[in-house]
Design a protein around this ligand. Structure first.
Ligand SMILES: [Zn+2]
Length: 69
């Protein structure tokens, strides 16, 4: 079951919500406002950074400085 973090744009309340495919009706538990925005979870952010850093070793300028010619 996916749990997403949301933040209320009305009162600034941050809360977690279980989402079952339809996440367009998330309302703030405090002020009942529907003006909420989904925040990127820590889990997905860590996955992105780990997969992005495993590519070619171009971080030291070897690929862009003409070393491959
Ligand atoms: Zn709120």
């Amino acid at each position: 079951m996916p749990i997403f973090e949301y933040k209320c744009n009305e009162c600034g309340k941050e809360f977690e919500e279980l989402v079952f495919g339809n996440d367009s009706q998330i309302k703030c538990p405090d002020c009942k406002s529907s003006k909420t925005s989904k925040m990127l979870s820590v889990f997905s952010a860590s996955v992105q950074s780990s997969s992005g850093g495993g590519g070619l070793p171009c971080g030291q300028g070897d690929c862009s400085s003409g070393g491959f010619t």
